[in-house]
Design a protein around this ligand. Structure first.
Ligand code: 16G
Ligand code: ZN
Length: 525
């Protein structure tokens, strides 16, 4: 390998055009697309080196800015087991993205020698992108980074983030997880879903019909592909298919944060199940309008509790004694946490924001259910759990069902469509509609604020972001305010994806929640 090529490519095609430092954050690099070409190219380089360090295992690179507005784009790396890039490599990624073009050659050489990378060994990188108009250009930059270091690159074109995770794991497990192709992905999920559903398309209060808000993103396209291949097992009306701007007034983030229906909603009967995903389809929330015309949200906490309840029941029916735990973040509604601890009686853990933290904690259980309130999450089963369930399925029909449930779940990362098919399966099996689901517990009113400050990093936190360490005195002031509110809870944390500080508040009533949020917000200014 001639590292001069790495520099030559960079200088000719992907020169660094911004002096503002960038940081590999909660979900990789994000920002305005016009400043990302050099970052993408360098991440192609980095993925190639990372694959070599991991003995040639496939590394994924996804070009997307998820729920961000259309002018933004971003990139995240996927490790061989489908997990987010190992934390210790985040700083390597940050440093590489920030060096000047003239230092690039020497910097790459240093990464190679520091990590004792055999540059002659094989390297394999999968790349995918969302449907933003600048994604193809940026994807080419990633691919060129791989080529510059003589790695093998396989381009999957427009795919959801969870599909790319699926392909990476499928390839690295040599097909044991599924085939690393788009058809392989559809086949695995649809087969499991339709086997579970059988010919019982409706049951009790459950109706086989829903509205799907695709956020004008990849999720819309892929849902349509699912429907083409399904045998009418689910009737889905897809809205925000891609004619409008990605995530604009639609999608899971809009619905969750604004607590309002997306643009483009058809007129439907009250209590019609509606689903929103985000721009790269790794988040999902449900919502509906009741007969008084009120918007009602069923968010990630609801999905987690529904799934945990169902799995607990299945384990009993399978006569299996496996440990199960539920992982949340500080954004989980206090109502859900109480319900999990007191009614479901499932151990519940709280970790910092970001899928990698939730995933990591969930690995500690035989069955780990993790969801962020924003709808990002999945369920993971340990090898031990899978073995025991498989053995039990020889004699126990419920264990057979559980095996199909495992196939339906994309364990590699939160997958909006897979999560949705799971929720549909559970609601159908319980004979529930959204009203029954919402009745399981009451959410506390809650509110989030964004506050612009000079330097958001002066705020540091501990205890899963629930307690501020700096600036000194801030936490005491928050505690004092919170103590005046019935069922009050509030925290502040610097965002990992935007240049703002976020405030979260919940309390017994809507008015109190608003006043608590603004009081805490004022402490931050
Ligand atoms: C990223 C995270 C998401 C988290 C969000 C918080 C991943 C793949 N994505 O989108 O899980 O909820 O950041 O954003 O980890 P914030 O730090 O701006 O509040
Ligand atoms: Zn996303």
């Amino acid at each position: 390998i001639n590292l001069r090529t790495v520099y030559a490519f960079a200088r000719e095609m992907y020169p660094k055009n911004s002096s503002t430092p960038v940081q590999y954050g909660t979900a990789g690099f994000r920002g305005r697309a016009e400043f990302l070409d050099s970052v993408m190219y360098r991440m192609g380089v980095l993925a190639t080196l990372r694959s070599r360090i991991r003995g040639g295992a496939v590394i994924g690179v996804m070009v997307t800015a998820s729920h961000n507005p259309e002018p933004d784009n971003g990139v995240k790396l996927i490790d061989p087991k489908g997990e987010m890039l190992e934390a210790s490599w985040e700083s390597i990624a940050t440093d590489l993205a920030n060096v000047e073009d003239s230092e690039l050659e020497a910097h790459v050489a240093k990464i190679i020698s520091d990590n004792k990378i055999d540059v002659g060994s094989s390297s394999n990188v999968f790349v995918g992108m969302d449907n933003r108009y600048h994604s193809p250009r940026l994807l080419k930059a990633v691919a060129d980074g791989v080529i510059a270091l003589k790695g093998n690159v396989r381009e999957f074109g427009i795919v959801t983030t969870p599909m790319l995770h699926f392909f990476v794991v499928a390839a690295n497990t040599r097909g044991a997880y599924g085939q690393p192709t788009e058809e392989g992905y559809y086949r695995k999920l649809i087969t499991a879903f339709e086997t579970l559903r059988g010919d019982k398309l409706e049951n009790g209060n459950y109706r086989n019909k829903l509205i799907f808000d695709g956020a004008n993103g990849v999720g819309a396209r892929k849902m349509l592909q699912f429907l083409k291949r399904m045998h009418n097992s689910l009737q889905v009306e897809v809205i925000n298919k891609g004619d409008g701007k990605i995530n604009e007034n639609c999608g899971a983030d809009h619905v969750k944060v604004k607590q309002a229906v997306p643009i483009g909603m058809p007129i439907v009967e009250p209590y019609t199940r509606c689903v929103s995903v985000d721009g790269d389809a790794d988040r999902v929330v449900y919502f509906f309008t009741d007969d008084a015309g009120h918007f009602r949200l069923l968010d990630g906490d609801r999905i987690a509790t529904l799934v945990a309840d169902y799995l607990m029941d299945m384990l009993k029916r399978c006569d299996l004694d496996l440990s199960m735990g539920l992982v949340q973040t500080a954004y989980a509604n206090g109502g859900s946490t109480d319900y999990i601890a007191n009614t479901l009686k499932v151990p519940v853990a709280c970790v910092p924001t970001g899928v990698k933290h939730l995933h990591h904690k969930a690995l500690q259980y035989d069955i780990g259910v993790y969801f962020e309130a924003n709808g990002h999450g999945t369920i993971i089963f340990s090898d031990n759990a899978k073995c025991l369930i498989k053995a039990q399925s020889e004699t126990n029909p419920n264990a057979k069902i559980l095996l199909q449930i495992i196939d339906l779940i994309n364990e590699t990362v939160g997958d909006a469509i897979s999560d949705m098919l799971l929720v549909e399966t559970i609601l159908n099996s319980k004979g529930w509609d959204v009203k029954d689901w919402l009745a399981t517990y009451d959410d506390l009113p809650n509110l989030q604020l964004k506050i612009k400050v000079q330097d958001r990093n002066v705020i540091t936190t501990t205890d899963a972001e629930r307690v501020c360490v700096t600036p000194v005195g801030l936490q005491e002031a928050i505690d004092k305010v919170v103590s005046n509110y019935k069922r009050g809870r509030a925290f502040v944390r610097p965002s990992g994806t935007e240049d703002v500080v976020r405030v979260y508040a919940e309390a017994a009533t809507k008015d109190e929640t608003e006043s608590l949020a603004y009081e805490v917000g004022n402490l931050v200014h």
